[in-house]
Design a protein around this ligand. Structure first.
Ligand SMILES: C[S@@+](CC[C@H](N)C(=O)[O-])C[C@H]1O[C@@H](n2cnc3c(N)ncnc32)[C@H](O)[C@@H]1O
Length: 225
């Protein structure tokens, strides 16, 4: 953010983005408040990041998407709504309570036929997906699970993605009040994971990448080819 911009102005800017670009139907608008009521943490992407996910899926004509970190299904619904005709989203979640809540929301959103929840940990499910789906078969991978594991997710995501496929990662620049990317190295494992991941993708010959400072940062990279 420009040096003259205060935190207050940054928050107001994010609220503006959600207000103007984050229009959503009743189900999506009420999803996270209902999830929080059910004891699920309030850590979903914002409405304007959700709309960005739909836009990216549509732009890359994504038929198969993989998401790490389902939570309550909020980002998954935005992604599912951007999939090409006949497309599907495989979303990975180890917490049964989150997966159960999300499953009901996918039904309510009318996307359950195109969304499959894999209950498990990202680093266990990813190699299985490489075997099942095959290398170069996925149009979009959205990372939103354990930030310190982002560098470990990268080789699997790269193998899964087809040429022209999109690697998208939330929290590429920060995580609420806990950490921000300009904190000192070693101060938080999520900061260090995001920093290492950003640098790996930025320096990789396999991607054209940008980091969009919307909300807590969204890395967007297109696999070359
Ligand atoms: C930030 S939330 C995801 C938010 C969701 N993508 C959204 O925006 O609606 C992170 C989720 O990752 C899940 N998670 C935790 N460890 C994980 C792991 N090793 N692999 C995959 N998901 C994990 C958590 O249970 C939580 O539901």
């Amino acid at each position: 953010m420009p040096v003259h911009m205060t935190n207050e102005r940054w928050h107001a800017t994010c609220e503006y983005l959600d207000d103007v670009f984050g229009r959503a139907d009743d189900q999506l608008r009420t999803l996270m408040p209902r999830a929080v009521e059910a004891g699920i943490p309030d850590i979903a992407v914002s409405p304007s990041v959700g709309r960005l996910l739909t836009l990216l899926a549509k732009t890359a004509n994504v038929r198969t998407a993989v998401e790490l970190g389902t939570l309550a299904g909020y980002s998954g619904i935005w992604i599912a709504r951007g999939l090409a005709e006949g497309g599907r989203l495989i979303t990975v979640e180890p917490e049964a309570r989150h997966a159960d809540f999300a499953a009901a929301e996918f039904i309510a959103a009318g996307v359950d036929e195109r969304v499959e929840i894999r209950r498990g940990f990202g680093l266990e499910v990813l190699p299985v997906l490489v075997q099942e789906l095959g290398a170069g078969s996925v149009g979009m991978v959205f990372l939103d699970a354990i930030k310190s594991e982002y560098p470990d997710y990268l080789p699997y995501a790269t193998e899964l993605l087809r040429p022209g496929g999109l690697l998208v990662a939330d929290n590429s620049l920060g995580g609420g009040a806990d950490w921000w990317i300009d904190d000192p190295k070693g101060s938080h494992e999520s900061r260090d994971g995001a920093d290492e991941f950003n640098r790996l993708v930025a320096e990789s010959d396999e991607y054209d990448a940008a980091n969009v400072p919307i909300r807590e940062g969204v890395l967007i990279a297109r696999k070359k080819g």
